[in-house]
Write a protein that binds this ligand. Structure first.
Ligand code: BLA
Length: 508
């Protein structure tokens, strides 16, 4: 559906966002030699924060520059595995509080330094009491939507951003805004879909590792490093830093959307990227390390509770479906006549949200529910064989080649029973027409208009709602449908095994 060409996508995915060679100007970055803790590379904005030109600091030990003993901190950093999450250390420099964040990789020890807020005691107190309220509320919340609504509200209160959205990925990595909490009480993007190309795969991979990112002011000037090349590795991998300068394409995207500042956190129930909490501001918004750490913790708590809530939801659906399967199975196993037992499959159609079930067993075909003639079933079977073949397979829409030739069928869940004799079960779904609101036409998600004589790629200009009328697709198959189908397979295989032994006894 989202018709961005593969080349466009590849181009987006090629940008090496982990090695931008520059930071955002909210703090500074110092890279140290792990042997003697001297500065071997640094961001060129040290004069702003430390009052020293970067050239003057190269080759100096960090402790010497900051005027305090940091060996204990740096040894602690080195005690962690390579590319581990950063170790924190508050320091004072010329009467002002700063936080140091250190981690190490092949390029050296990366130390980021950012100012701490002046009123940090009050801030700490506020954050702690908000966290305590959040924990209290979490205990009573069972439903994923309410959990995420509460999370978005808290994050907005703490960050002061104009809008906090929860963005949920689908199986193709398109996303949908499922929660939108705005200071003005309005909705701008709620329910809207965004194409996968908006967040290319290398960015999603990075967000699984580094689960919080910020942009205080999209109009910032990136601060380059001195020297540009890291003495050990050439490129400096900034995956784990919080000051990493972000992709210019993404900054353009934010500008096109009218967003000035952002904070983004990964939602990872079950350790997989499920969605993101996206905060937007229409003015610059610098959030200090304590506030960001708070938001990160809240999103981690939300992820874990989301996991519980999703499992509860699945268990509930599964127990409903399981009950339906049990009511089919008991008479099915007991029936004297196989065909009579199988006819109970018809009662399972609503539980699986499907319209027909087709079964091929021992060379005989059985069909329940909405009719599809045998030739068309054969065409469908061939198409499934070409797509997958060995395991369970499902689709919400059919391959182009067969779409016109299988009558009303749009989606299937295919369950092999025995490979040797091509025995299988197929659950069939018809069309579920759907209107999807996209934030901007997905086919135009990538703008290839040349600038001057240079071909370049850029994000879309417009996020105006664009409705796609999705036709020829069925309802999506979900985890409980698949789990239910497995159970059904076991029931049928069990019956067939006892059928066989009954026949054998009969023969003997
Ligand atoms: C990154 N794109 C992102 C991020 C978001 C979006 C949230 C992560 C930013 C972060 O974590 O700091 C997209 N922003 C959205 C969406 C909403 C939003 C969907 O607010 C919905 C409300 N982007 C494009 C195109 C390309 C592209 C065409 O539109 C590629 C050619 C690239 N997006 C792109 C890149 C990044 C990105 C490269 C990574 C930015 C970075 O972390 O450096």
């Amino acid at each position: 559906n989202a018709a961005v060409s593969t080349e466009d996508l590849e181009q987006c995915e090629k940008e090496p966002i982990h090695i931008p060679g520059a930071i955002q100007p909210d703090g500074l970055l110092l890279v140290l030699d792990p042997d003697d803790f001297t500065i071997i590379q640094l961001s060129q904005n040290t004069d702003v924060w430390l009052g020293w030109a970067p050239e003057a600091l190269l080759g100096k030990p960090l402790a010497h520059v900051l005027g305090q003993d940091l060996d204990e901190f740096l040894t602690r950093v080195l005690g962690h595995p390579v590319n581990d999450h950063p170790t924190l250390q508050p320091v004072r420099y010329r009467g002002k509080g700063f936080i140091l964040r250190g981690h190490h990789n092949q390029s050296g020890i990366l130390v980021e330094m950012e100012p701490l807020p002046d009123d940090d005691q009050l801030l700490t107190y506020q954050l702690f009491s908000q966290l305590s309220n959040f924990f209290h509320d979490l205990e009573r919340i069972r439903d994923p939507d309410r959990l995420l609504t509460m999370t978005a509200r808290l994050v907005r209160e703490v960050t002061g951003h104009e809008s906090v959205m929860v963005y949920r990925f689908d199986a193709e990595w398109n996303g949908q805004i499922i929660i939108e909490d705005r200071a003005d009480g309005q909705h701008r993007f709620l329910g809207h879909h965004f194409p996968a190309s908006d967040i290319p795969s290398q960015a999603r991979r990075l967000y699984e590792i580094n689960r919080i990112r910020r942009i205080s002011n999209v109009g910032y000037t990136p601060v380059p490093l001195l020297p540009a090349e890291n003495p050990f590795t050439g490129e400096l991998d900034m995956t784990y830093t919080q000051l990493r300068s972000v992709s210019p394409i993404h900054r353009e995207y934010m500008r096109n959307m009218g967003t000035v500042s952002s904070l983004t956190m990964s939602l990872m129930p079950d350790g997989e990227l499920w969605g993101m909490i996206v905060c937007h501001g229409d003015k610059p918004n610098y959030l200090s390390q304590p506030v960001r750490t708070f938001c990160k913790m809240v999103s981690q708590m939300a992820s874990e509770n989301l996991q519980l809530a999703l499992n509860r939801e699945f268990n509930h659906r599964m127990s409903q479906l399981g009950r339906a399967i049990d009511s089919f199975n008991a008479p099915f196993q007991a029936a004297l006549d196989l065909e009579e037992g199988l006819s109970g499959l018809e009662t399972l159609l609503p539980a699986f949200d499907c319209e027909a079930v087709f079964l091929r067993l021992d060379g005989i075909c059985y069909q329940y529910g909405r009719k599809l003639d045998a030739d068309r079933v054969r065409i469908l079977r061939e198409a499934i064989r070409e797509q997958d073949s060995t395991g369970m397979a499902s689709a919400e829409h059919l391959p182009e080649s067969v779409r016109g030739s299988v009558d009303w069928v749009c989606g299937y869940l295919f369950i092999p029973l025995s490979h040797a004799s091509d025995e299988y079960l197929i659950l069939l779904r018809g069309e579920r027409p759907l209107d999807i609101n996209w934030a901007g036409e997905p086919a135009k998600a990538v703008d290839r208009s040349p600038v001057g004589d240079k071909a370049r790629i850029s994000p879309r200009q417009s996020f105006e709602a664009w409705t796609e009328q999705v036709r020829g697709q069925s309802l999506p198959w979900e985890r409980h449908h698949r789990a239910g189908a497995s159970r059904l397979r076991r029931a049928i295989n069990l019956r067939m095994a006892s059928e066989m032994s009954r026949l054998r006894q009969h023969d003997a």
